[in-house]
Structure formats: C-alpha cells, structure tokens
Design a protein around this ligand. Structure first.
Ligand code: SF4
Length: 350
C-alpha cells in the first residue's frame, strides 16, 4: 500500500476482467462491471454517486470496496505551439507530468509511468532525481482522462515516454494498456499506443507475450556499448548485442515493427560513423529511426547539435536507406522534454 492513501484499492486500478471477478465475488453480475467502466471512462464520472443509473445499494457497495476520483491538477503550462504540460499531484504528495502534443489532426498524450526513475540516464532530469515509486494503473490512465472526459474529446494516440521506465512497472503498465484499449474503457486502438523502453530485456520478452498489438520503441541513443554505456547505465546490464538479439526475437514473432529512438547530442553521437552504426542496427531490426535533437536540461553538460549537423545526420541515414523521421521540438518554451518540469518541482520540494 502507498503511504498516505486509503487502504481501499482505486476502482481504476482494475482491468475490466479484474473488476468483473471482483464484483462477482461481491455477488454482482458481470454486466455491472461494464456499467462502471462506462461511467468511469466514457462519461467521466469522478465518484460513485454520479453513476445515477446504478442501484443505490450497488453504489454503496462500490464505495465500501473501492475509492474513486481523478488526479489533482497541480499546474498547467501551455506553449505557443499548443503543446500542454500538465502537472498532477498524487494523493501521497509527489507530482508527475503529462504532455499533450497536438500535431495536425492527431492529439498525442505522453504519460509517465513512475515517480522518478531508477535507470539514471545521464541526460535525463527524471533519472537525476532518483526513483520514488511506481504509478498505479489509475494514476497512469488518470493522466489521459482529463483530455477524454465528456463527449467529443479527441485523444488519438498515447505514448508511454514520460517520467519512468515502463518495463520497471510492467504489470501496472499492462493493466493501464488494457483499460485504455478496452472498448468499454477508453477504446484507444492498440496500434495507436506506444511503449518506450530504455532496453530492459526481461520486459521486452514479457511485452512480446502481451496479447495487445501495442507499438514498441527502444531508446538506443548510441550505436556502441562504449558511448551507450556512458549515456545509459542500463546498457551495462543489457549490452547492445544482447538487446539487438532480444529485439530481433520480439519482432520476428508476429512481425511487429520497432522504432529506435535516438537523441542527438552534439559531439557525442552525431558523427558520420554514429549514423552508419545506427543504420546498421536499424537494418538488422528492420526498424525505423526517430531522431530527437536534445533539449538542454539546466545543470547537465549536454548540448543540442546545430541545424546543419542534424540535417547531415539525417542525410547520411537517408543515403543508406534507413527510414528516419525527425521529432519536432514541441513545447520548447515550456520545457516539454521528459522529466524536466516535474524534476524541477521535486528538486525544489525535496
Ligand atoms: S530517459 Fe527514461 S529510462 Fe532514462 S532515466 Fe529518464 S525516464 Fe528513466
């Protein structure tokens, strides 16, 4: 149990199947779970009293067994390009961040999966603040609900790329994916959701067994163990060749495509030989590459390459035939990169 929280589980921590069996144990028919899901995720109910078509006795039973309620919005920052960063305060005190990224007719929500992160990537504000705790499924899904509550809301994509390493909180992330995907829940198609990992091989093996066709992206960030190990301590436990073998195995079973995320750091991984190494790995995995020019974090010694270097890197990949896209820097005026706003808050309040 998380300190500061009621001992009752949050109703939003359960998948539909789990809610059905829990309610069955309380003597309720399966369709009651579907009704509760509809109220929570389609109608945006934030307490059991609002579930007006449910019998009063059943609502009382729910209130006796579960807690309910939204995440507390602690702050919102809006960028000129309409990117929004929402800071939510959890019931036991810490804050997490969620970013809304509009692009054309798509609205993508980038969710956090942990408070802090234990992976300590050298360039990341979240990693610098250490690990506090895993998020519960209700706290992951709860980051999406403010943008979906009510009719006509239009979240199209969810990416698990905010604070935390999703595979370090695998079970809760899997539950959140099921709730987001369930037609009785938020009904977001699996192919419109992407989980991003720093490269935890055991998580990759479990992810392969998940009966949801959710997209996978792997944060590569360097094509050699020497550089990747400096940037990402996880590489020491799961070095590149082992990671590539596991990723190959993942995509072989079911033809699932992988995206390689690659943050470009000036003078560290942005040379021609880096592009060549990255292209070789992408070819082995039949993966596409998503380049992300680094967003500087105050106090960290990394820099963003200049436009000419970025274009030269892309040009080299394209010349070799690697499918590559450049993630535009959304929300730079509100520090929308991973971990920065919540990191600043946690640091100032620790
Ligand atoms: S980049 Fe991701 S895995 Fe690495 S420390 Fe930050 S949140 Fe954790």
């Amino acid at each position: 149990m998380i300190e500061g929280l009621s001992p009752k589980p949050h109703v939003g921590d359960l998948t539909l199947d789990e809610l059905r069996s829990t309610l069955a144990a309380l003597g309720e028919p399966a369709y009651r779970a579907d009704q509760v899901f509809g109220w929570l995720y389609k109608k945006g109910a934030v307490d059991f009293e609002a579930m007006s078509n449910l019998p009063k006795a059943f609502r009382a039973k729910l209130a006796g067994a579960f807690r309910c309620g939204p995440l507390e919005v602690f702050g919102v920052a809006r960028a000129k390009d309409r990117t929004e960063k929402h800071l939510f305060r959890l019931a036991d005190g810490p804050c997490i961040e969620t970013v809304l990224i509009p692009a054309g007719d798509r609205i993508t929500i980038c969710v956090s999966t942990q408070v802090g992160c234990r992976r300590a990537c050298a360039f990341c504000a979240s990693g610098r603040n250490g690990f506090v705790r895993n998020l519960a499924p209700s706290e992951i899904v709860g980051q999406v609900l403010p943008f979906r509550a009510g009719e006509g809301a239009d979240v199209t994509n969810i990416v698990f790329m905010g604070m935390g390493e999703p595979f370090d909180n695998f079970d809760n992330v899997a539950r959140a994916l099921r709730i987001l995907n369930a037609p009785q829940g938020l009904g977001i198609a699996a192919r419109r959701m992407t989980v991003s990992t720093a490269g935890l091989i055991p998580g990759l093996l479990r992810f392969k067994e998940l009966d949801l066709q959710v997209n996978l992206s792997i944060s590569l960030h360097a094509p050699t163990d020497a550089v990747r190990g400096e940037l990402m301590p996880v590489n020491k436990k799961y070095p590149l060749e082992k990671l590539i073998a596991a990723a190959k195995d993942y995509s072989a079973g079911g033809g699932r495509k992988i995206t390689l995320e690659y943050i470009l750091f000036r003078g560290i991984n942005d040379r021609v030989q880096d592009a060549d190494g990255l292209a070789r790995i992408a070819a082995r995995l039949k993966a596409k590459v998503n380049l992300i020019p680094y967003s500087p974090v105050s106090g960290l010694p990394f820099e963003r390459p200049g436009e000419a270097e970025i274009q030269a890197f892309i040009g080299r990949l394209e010349q070799i035939g690697t499918p590559v896209s450049l993630r535009s820097s959304k929300g730079r005026d509100i520090q929308a990169a991973c971990g920065q706003l919540a990191g600043a808050y946690l640091k100032g309040n620790s």
